[in-house]
Design a protein. Sequence first.
Length: 240
Amino acid sequence: MTSPTLEGRLRPLLEQDYPRFSDAEFTRRRSALAQSMAKHGCDHVLVCGENRAGSGVQWLTGWPITAEALVVFAPGARERMFIEWFNHLPLARRIARDTEVEWGEHRGVRNAIEALKSRSARRVGLMGPLAWSKVRALAGEFDLVDLGPEYPWLRMRKSDEEIDWLRVGAWLSDLAIAALAREARAGLNERELAAIVEHAYVGHGGTTLIHYIGVTSMANPDLCVPRQFHSTRRVSAGDA
């Protein structure tokens, strides 16, 4: 199988020190979020993420979620983001765009509450996953609006720049499939197959979300979908 190729005009995207959208793209996103706020009568939005979940933080600032990130957003004001852990601060300050990044100090949502109160926030939209105890603390201070259903609609309207990044992602995925087709053989186990998949794209800057792998006998199958965790099951002749 020939190796998939990437359009030459897209290669500069992968040559950046870290993947970045343009200033114009972030301006477009902030404008779209401001429109959603206005529709629901919100004066501020708190975009939340915990334990690597909550892609709205990255969508708005460029910072991927690690342990915790809370972003205070209002149209025309500089964003403030509170993150854990302290050692994550240097990189977050380097990657996040037009955002004041601060340590959350293990205070949960209290720093975000103080930032919102300093701006005289009253009606605050919530977007992204947040622990119940933190929601309860926010509800004691502000009129809260669930903007979670708005987020998928914001993401569905893709810009040309986002579509270009989707092309890059598809290329990385194609590299993984091509490598698996080229290198899989009898005797390898599922973990070794996974190593083939990851090796194909990690060197280009790709990261792993999922790659489920399931090996089973065609004569006596024991699974109908790939397993979510790789086993030591080895590939044999007659397997799928």
